[in-house]
Design a protein around this ligand. Structure first.
Ligand code: UFG
Length: 333
């Protein structure tokens, strides 16, 4: 298939591009490089540097190439920032996504895979969280993702655009070959930050909240390997290509690990003692977030290959060592 990967210079989009190319698909990566990196664009496909705001460029791109499917990873993802800059989130994550959908409809492209998030559920009313759990997002980021899911339902009814909404829990880990990995600037995610503390790029890891109603008082999350997430995209795309109906899937491993358990596991993997600083709770963090991914397993045949937390951290650590070495070399120049 010829696939358009929007946001292919970012963390999950770059891993997706690699997997698609390895599976023999043709890939066009589109990214405005606002949060992605040119060097994360995997060679072997075509790269178009443009923004979803630019409707004329989008139109030209869809006119020039016939895509069999579109995968959309180009969103802003910081919950805290979305509280102080909601306009940035609604404009990019909602309005610009509608631009993309309109170009698809205009050119008869009918398969769309959307990167949604566990943030659409808000504070869980029960765990594990299945697809039917009430959608009560507690911040503009989560609302922007839920709005797009609703737009998609309307676009399917009116225009026949078929889609799959993949609701990621905590994406983590790195390409097992260490060719790619997680890079956000600024980094806000737990696992890369813990590993940066282990490699010495940071003095310590700050734990946000130790008084939650969880076994050790720190927040519990469902960490899912980035290549397992990508595998789910491939399966969802193949399913749409077989003519299946639109569907949403929750993607996680179904087991929760606390912040403290992640820090301990990182200590084991790296052999380093990570300094810990305790801090108050971070606004908007639910105590426990764990996925029920039964539907993805049953309907997509999704089988996460790297479900062990230790493996997720080991792959992220190989990437961190590579990054830290590059960082040290650059600092020495
Ligand atoms: N944490 C720390 N210290 C840090 C960073 C994080 O203690 O320096 C804690 C957080 O408080 C949270 C846990 O580690 O309890 C995981 O935090 P992350 O920032 O790694 O991930 P989140 O669960 O906050 O966010 C992820 C995605 C978001 C998405 C959210 C809900 O990154 O895009 O899940 O689905 F919105």
């Amino acid at each position: 298939m010829r696939i358009l990967v929007v946001g292919g210079a970012g963390y999950i989009g770059s891993h997706m591009t690699k997997m698609l190319l390895e599976a023999g698909h043709r890939v066009v990566v589109m990214d405005n490089l606002s949060t992605g990196f040119r060097e994360a664009v995997v060679p072997g496909g075509e790269f178009v540097e443009t923004d979803l705001a630019d409707r004329a460029r989008l139109e030209a791109l869809f006119r020039a190439q016939r895509f069999d499917g579109v995968l959309h990873f180009a969103s802003f993802i910081q919950v805290g920032e979305s509280m102080t800059q909601p306009a940035k989130y609604y404009r990019n994550n909602v309005v610009h996504t509608v631009n993309l959908l309109d170009a698809m409809v205009q050119h008869g492209v009918t398969r769309f895979i959307f990167s949604s998030s566990a943030a659409i559920f808000g504070e869980p009313q029960y765990v594990p969280v299945d697809e039917e759990h009430p959608k009560l997002p507690t911040n503009p980021y989560g609302r922007s993702k839920w709005m797009v899911e609703q737009v998609l339902a309307d676009y399917e009814r009116a225009y026949g655009l078929r889609h799959s909404c993949l609701r990621y829990f905590n994406a983590a880990g790195a390409d097992p070959d260490a060719a790619l990995g997680e890079r956000h600037e600024p980094e806000t995610h737990l696992i890369p930050l813990v590993l940066q503390a282990a490699s010495g790029r940071r003095p310590a890891i700050t734990v946000f909240g130790t008084d939650y109603d969880t076994p050790d008082g720190t927040c519990v999350r469902d960490y899912v390997h980035v290549t397992d997430l990508c595998q789910a995209h491939l399966l969802a795309l193949e399913r749409l290509a077989r003519g299946a109906e639109s569907r949403a899937y929750n993607l996680g491993n179904g087991s929760g690990f606390s912040v403290k358990q992640v820090i301990d596991a990182a200590g084991e993997v790296t052999g380093s003692r990570v300094a810990v600083v305790k801090a108050p709770r971070r606004a908007g963090d639910p105590a426990r977030l764990v996925a029920d991914s039964t539907r993805a397993r049953k309907e997509l045949g999704w089988r996460p290959r790297h479900a062990e937390l230790e493996t997720i951290i080991r792959h992220a650590w190989a990437w961190e060592i590579k990054t830290a070495t590059r960082f040290a070399r650059a600092a020495a120049l």
